[in-house]
Design a protein around this ligand. Structure first.
Ligand code: SF4
Length: 217
């Protein structure tokens, strides 16, 4: 039944590379397809292809990896309606469930037990106009906001949004990342310290362990 299937790029086990859950064992469920084209996207391989599986097949494969965390990601996972009951099923199975979303889709239908990691796209992504600002009102202390920065101008944009929208008071963590190989983490740390910005600077752990080009890790 089409509404109960998902197109899956890959399901695998690794350690979580980002967010406040970084370093913990995690099953990754990567869905195919994205309606954005961020200039620095590091998962373009997930734009097309994939395998159509039933919702229960996806859950069985993810649960078989026996990790405490399951991350649902993409691509953009919220483009596929069956992802909502899939996440509910994974929560019912006792997993800590995370979703990474571009912030362009409505996050309101996500099971409240799920930790939503919601991007805000800075101008350097080329997709800033796609931010769904109404999502901010839906965020809770379970959730996290992630902003990827490619330069100082992106940082200043993020800083202004964080202050204006009181983002640090809305969510568990505001995560600032560098475009790998473009913005030096040291520069970002110095800016955050100079501005006393209430954020968590994060590196993409998997890129330092397995290398920037590695997939499925
Ligand atoms: S939203 Fe994510 S998957 Fe889609 S283009 Fe941007 S970075 Fe890539």
């Amino acid at each position: 039944m089409p509404t109960d299937t998902l197109v899956i790029h890959e399901i695998y086990r690794s350690v979580q590379g980002e967010s406040s859950f970084v370093g913990r064992r995690c099953a990754f469920v990567r869905l195919t397809g994205c309606n954005l084209r961020c200039s620095w996207c590091d998962t373009p391989q997930a734009f097309q292809g994939g395998t159509r599986l039933t919702r229960s097949e996806v859950a069985v494969r993810a649960l078989a990896l026996a990790t405490p965390l399951v991350l649902v990601t993409g691509g953009e996972p919220l483009l596929q309606p069956a992802v909502l009951p899939l996440m509910r099923d994974l929560c019912d199975a006792g997993k800590t469930v995370l979703i990474e979303t571009s912030g362009e889709r409505d996050i309101g239908g996500v099971d409240p037990r799920v930790h939503r990691i919601v991007d805000l796209k800075a101008p350097g992504s080329g997709e800033s106009q796609r931010n769904r600002w109404a999502n901010l009102a839906l965020l809770t202390a379970r959730d996290e906001i992630k902003i990827v920065l490619r330069d100082r101008s992106d940082y200043e944009w993020a800083r202004d949004v964080i202050v204006r929208e009181h983002l640090a008071e809305r969510v568990n963590d505001v995560l600032l990342s560098c475009v790998h190989g473009i913005l030096e983490p040291r520069a970002l740390c110095e800016w955050v310290l100079a501005d006393a910005l209430p954020v968590r600077v994060q590196l993409q752990l998997h890129k330092y362990i397995w290398g920037p080009e590695a997939q499925g890790v």
